[in-house]
Design a protein around this ligand. Sequence first.
Ligand SMILES: O=C(O)CCC(=O)C(=O)O
Length: 277
Amino acid sequence: MAAEGYLLLRGVLPVDQVAAVRAALVEVLCDAGVATRSTPPEEGFAALVPADPGVAVDVHSDAALFRRLYALEGLHRLTHCDAVLDVARSLVGAGTPILVHPRPALRVVFPGTDEVSGVTPPHQDHLGMQGTEDTFTVWMALGRCPRGLGVLSVAAGSHRGGARPYAAVPGSRVAGCDASDLDEKWVCADLDPGDILVFHSLTVHRALANESSEIRLSVDARYQAAAEAVSAATLGDPPHMTWDEVYETWPEGSADLKRYWEKMATNVVPFDPGRLS
Ligand SMILES: O=C(O)CCC(=O)C(=O)O
C-alpha cells in the first residue's frame, strides 16, 4: 500500500455472503423489469443481462428502483464483515477503532454505459469525500468481474503525488482529476467473487468500459480510523432516501448496523465545497 497505493487481495470476502447480496440485487433488478438472469440462479453467480440489450439503465436516476436496491440489509452488512475490518485495521493500525463510512456505493453498470452516465472517470476519492487522507476504499466485485465487464483500474503509485486539483467531468458523479500523466501506470485484474481491491484515498482510479453483454455489480466502501477527521458530508443521508427509509424493511437483529456512527466518538469536520470549483 505504501509503495503502490493499492492492494489486490484474493479470496477475502465470504463467498456465500457475496452470493446472497448478489442474489438479492438480481431479484430486485429482474422484478423491476430492467434485467434478466442468463443462467439459472442455482448456479450462485448467475450472469445478469439487460432485459432490453439496447438500453443501459442508470439505476441512480430511477429513485424508486435505487431505493429498493439500497435498502437491502445484506449490501450494508457485507461492508462490515470481519475480513474487511481486519484489512482496514492492518492499514490504519492494529487495535484502532475503525469508522466504516456509512454510505457504501452500489454500482450497477450496464453494457454500453457511456462516460456521462456511468463509466467512472479518473479521480481520487479524497476530493469528493474530504476528511482524513488516511482513508481506504475497498472495492468488492459482487460476482465474477473480468476486465471486459468494466472492472476498476488503479494508477499504481499515484497516491504519492498528493492531492490533485479538481477537474470537472461533465455529467459524472465523481470529483474528477487530470490523469494525463498516468498513462503508463494503469493496472487492473480479473476479479472473482471474494476478491477485493483496496486503495488509498489519493490513489487515482477509474473504471474500464463494460464491453461485455452482462451487467457489472459491485460495491465500494470506505474505512478510516474513527479518531481521524471525517467530513460531515460523509455522514449524511444516502441519495433518494433517509436512513429511516433504508432501515424500514431490515430484519430483527440488525440494530448493530443502524446509525452506528452516531454512537461512535468521531471527529466531524465541515465539507468544503470550494475545493470542487
Ligand atoms: O466501480 C466504479 O465504477 C467506481 C468505483 C470508485 O470510484 C471507487 O470505488 O471509489
